[in-house]
Write a protein that binds this ligand. Structure first.
Ligand SMILES: *Cc1c(COP(=O)(O)O)cnc(C)c1O
Length: 388
């Protein structure tokens, strides 16, 4: 049960909808991930884009994780939160000059460079401000992540990274760039990956390209294998913490690395998804000709994943109910037909004012909230606000 009776009383008094963050679960998840990574001396950067709520970030930072950013503002935010600059990476296919300058100013650990043209721009901006930029080359390894096509990033048809056919050219241009030092190779093939074979295939590709560079006399200090480890959206209570041991073990086993070669990871979802829940109230119930609808006060403006990726989130009734079960289409108030959290969801017969939890919403939830329909700013509550 998400909330005990005492907490339920407090939750009922709060204005909905809101994100509820269980910092105890986050704490435990971070500890498990850190322990599992430390075993192999792996470095983990937290992907801020999954959730940049301040308290979550402070907790992540306090555990010694680095930061993985995809915008200049995320770089600035990580610095403000206290992440050491030498643990900050910056990826993204469309870094603006302003964003690159922000990162150069802070002397971040590495840019994950996604094209030859970007490499040249970073080189010239670094020359302008008189610094050397450390870069990892993001290689598109053509590995199928076997996940939703909207969150697959490592196939030839995706916009991310340098295609392998361009690597010869990229390597030669890097050698000419005076203000760029190539420190590593970067890969990120997708998100919500639950099939560990995908990571095995990734390791094979990483080995291949690492050898390719080394055979050409380029030392590779860093192997950055990205993020993408999935979580159990179906069973958040049974599997609240991903199997980090199994995940890191794959890389230890299949990644060939020389002495002193560092392995870096960029985990987002796996660290924060399960600690977040979207709590909402039933505004109206409606029975049509074929359907029973639960109309919530939360919609795609609070949690966009179902509308954007047809993502599944477990939907639960909060509280005791002995009522009969009804299959509801659980929808939001936004004027879009895609504003639907789930179809034919079996739930206790509900009435106006009842509370509904949408689970596993800690990653790519609050950060994607919008003001569409001039909705309220998103609210959030932490577990320690529900204690007496
Ligand atoms: C989004 C992203 C991540 C994090 O992905 P998760 O699936 O949340 O672990 C890591 N690296 C890069 C480059 C990304 O774009």
């Amino acid at each position: 049960m998400l909330f005990n009776t005492n907490q339920q009383g407090k939750v009922r008094a709060l204005e909905t909808p809101f994100y509820y963050y269980d910092l105890n679960l986050l704490n435990e998840t971070l500890d498990k991930a850190k322990q599992a990574a430390d075993r192999y001396n792996f470095h983990v950067h937290y992907a801020l884009k999954a959730n940049f709520n301040d308290r979550l970030l402070h907790l992540v930072q306090s555990k010694g994780f680095g930061a993985d950013c995809v915008s200049g503002n995320e770089v600035q935010k990580s610095i403000d939160i206290g992440f050491p600059a030498d643990k900050i990476t910056f990826a993204g296919v469309g870094k603006s000059d302003k964003e690159i300058l922000t990162a150069l100013e802070h002397h971040i650990f590495a840019f994950n460079v996604e094209s030859i043209q970007e490499m040249e721009v970073i080189n010239s901006l670094a020359a302008q401000v008189g610094v050397t930029a450390h870069v990892s080359l993001r290689i598109n390894p053509n590995v199928d992540a076997h996940t939703h096509h909207y969150i697959t990033t490592g196939l030839d048809e995706n916009k991310f990274g340098v295609p392998t056919s361009e690597l010869e050219k990229a390597a030669s241009i890097i050698r000419q760039c005076q203000n760029v030092e190539l420190i590593g190779l970067h890969f990120h093939v997708g998100s919500q990956i639950t099939d560990m074979n995908v990571f095995k295939s990734l390791c094979v590709k990483v080995n291949e390209w690492k050898n390719w560079f080394e055979e050409r006399g380029t030392a590779i200090k860093i192997l950055n294998v990205g993020g993408g480890l999935g979580v159990d959206y179906q069973n958040p209570d049974e599997n609240p913490i991903p199997n980090f041991e199994a995940y890191f073990e794959i890389f230890d086993k299949f990644l060939e690395r020389n002495k002193n070669q560092e392995v870096h990871f960029e985990l987002g979802r796996a660290l924060v998804a399960q600690c977040g829940t979207l709590v909402s109230k039933v505004l109206y119930t409606k029975s049509g000709v074929k359907k029973h609808f639960l109309i919530l006060d939360a919609g795609m403006t609070e949690l966009m994943r179902p509308a954007l990726y047809q993502a599944y989130h477990k939907i639960e009734y909060i509280g005791e109910s002995n009522n009969r079960t009804i299959n509801y289409d659980v929808v939001g108030p936004i004027c879009e037909s895609s504003d639907c959290f789930g179809k034919e969801v079996p739930l206790p017969e509900s009435k106006r004012g009842d509370l509904i939890a949408i689970r596993t919403a800690g990653a790519y939830g609050e950060v994607m909230a919008s003001r569409y329909n001039l909705r309220d700013e998103i609210r959030y509550v932490y577990n320690d606000m529900l204690i007496d």
